[in-house]
Design a protein around this ligand. Structure first.
Ligand SMILES: [Zn+2]
Length: 98
């Protein structure tokens, strides 16, 4: 298992859990019932996925978080990339490659 997302805002955590579940990924929430406002409490709700689904989960969530950013097309392999990525997911070419 790997932690793929954490936020002090439970709404963000739940929203991202829905994104992953809709994509067919099994998600486990940890620290869901930690009381907020506890002094010194740094334990946020976390989303955990299995190791082999971790990468697809990261891709899904980075797309969901940055919907305002425009997709860009890799100059090297012509693959479409989400705006939140600085390098091509497919060939790792940098965004600045001319
Ligand atoms: Zn590429």
């Amino acid at each position: 298992m790997k932690s793929v997302y954490s936020s002090e805002n439970r709404i963000f955590v739940m929203n991202n859990r829905n994104i992953l579940q809709n994509a067919g990924i099994d998600v486990e929430i940890r620290n869901e019932h930690t009381p907020s406002g506890t002094p010194g409490n740094l334990v946020w709700p976390e989303l955990w996925v299995s190791d082999n689904e971790f990468e697809s989960a990261c891709k899904l969530l980075s797309v969901g978080d940055d919907q305002a950013e425009e997709d860009w097309q890799c100059n090297q392999c012509q693959e479409a990339n989400p705006g939140s990525m600085n390098i091509c997911w497919n060939c790792q070419a940098s965004v600045q490659v001319a």
